[in-house]
Design a protein around this ligand. Structure first.
Ligand SMILES: [Mn+2]
Length: 351
């Protein structure tokens, strides 16, 4: 991370220093994170505080101009001392706890929450960040393809979910981006259902929402399919309609377009097919160090599509007591056009 960006953020926030405390932003600005680290960036120094369990590892990754200090990162009193030494009067923070805010307020003239300014550069990805997410997405594709022939009657939701996770790690992934959603039958009507010990039977429909990480970056994909001829006669028709909606969402995005307009276009299409009432969440979200980050593709979002953003397109239909279907790809907006990062089949699969 270059020092100019950090100094730009200090200027833009009209503060003397930034206290970066979240694991996501310490990773973004420091190139390394753990649950016990804090970055303090003043106009003259950038300090990276972490304790001795992590200092050797931190040294490998943080930029050379960062000053590594071995310290329990909850020791905000000592951290304040470094800031005061550098002449800091106005401190910019990310959303800190009420107690930390009270402690900081005693030390500085002013403490300002500048979380949105600190996080906003993350919305536009560098080539390296895009490559990380594209790689993780390829691991997801490989995992889905490797899973399909292993699916057997009687395996449980949890077994299928963990098998998928094992497959994306074998393909090169580095951990889970979020808890895998692996649901069967009527349980698919819960958009974010928790997998359990329910066994797969012929005629069950399945939804798998999963993603691995690579170099700290998340990925996200959802596939829905049927194990044998779907027991509900409406499934095939609804699947193919939803697939059309998803493809519309993929193709419609252009640079400069409001994210809310993409959400509306897909919702309007589903409305014309009498399915909009079953599409109960937003069209998608940005993906990066966090699994859900800007831009947000919802009706309320003010975000605008820009080149080098990574986002999902994931319309769903959830009919309580019957079934649910979600089809999700991750995409990158490149030179004004959407590029799909997922290549595995999204046409209807009946195993
Ligand atoms: Mn998603």
């Amino acid at each position: 991370m270059n020092s100019d960006l950090i100094q730009d953020i200090i200027k833009k926030s009209s503060v003397d220093a930034l206290l970066i405390t979240s694991t996501s932003n310490t990773l973004y600005y420091g190139g390394y994170s753990n649950p016990e680290c804090t970055i303090l960036a003043t106009k003259s120094n950038v300090y990276y505080f972490t304790d001795d369990r992590y200092t050797l590892e931190a040294k490998q990754y943080i930029p050379d101009y960062f000053k590594l200090v071995s310290l329990a990162c909850s020791d905000f009193k000592t951290i304040c001392g470094y800031a005061l030494n550098d002449g800091v009067k106005v401190l910019g923070t990310e959303s800190v706890t009420f107690n930390t805010h009270a402690l900081l307020s005693q030390q500085f003239e002013k403490v300002v929450d500048v979380e949105s300014i600190i996080s906003s550069p993350r919305m536009i990805k560098s080539d390296e960040e895009i490559n990380n997410i594209a790689y993780a997405s390829r691991c997801n594709d490989a995992a889905f393809n490797a899973l399909l022939p292993q699916i057997k009657e009687g395996m449980t939701e949890l077994e299928m979910g963990y098998l998928l996770q094992y497959e994306y790690i074998k393909a090169g992934g580095e951990g889970i981006a979020f808890d895998t959603i692996s649901v069967f039958g009527e349980h698919t009507a819960y958009p974010h259902g928790h997998p359990g010990h329910t066994k797969l039977k012929y005629g069950d429909v399945v939804t798998l929402d999963f993603g691995t990480k690579y170099n700290g970056y998340c990925s996200d994909i959802t596939r829905s399919f049927s194990f044998g001829t779907p027991s509900d006669p409406d499934y095939v028709k609804v699947y193919n309609t939803l697939l059309e909606a998803q493809k519309l969402g993929v193709e419609i995005v252009r640079e400069g377009m409001l994210c809310s307009d993409a959400d509306k276009a897909v919702r309007d299409y589903l409305k014309s097919k009498d399915l909009a009432q079953y599409f109960t969440h937003s069209l998608g979200h940005g993906v990066g160090i966090d699994i859900h980050e800007r831009p947000f593709l919802s009706g309320r979002s003010k975000d605008v599509f820009q080149n080098n953003q990574i986002y999902t397109i994931e319309p769903g239909v959830y009919i309580n007591g019957k079934f649910g279907i979600r089809i999700e790809d991750s995409l990158c907006l490149k030179d004004g056009n959407p590029v799909t990062l997922n290549r595995c089949n999204k046409e209807l699969i009946i195993l």
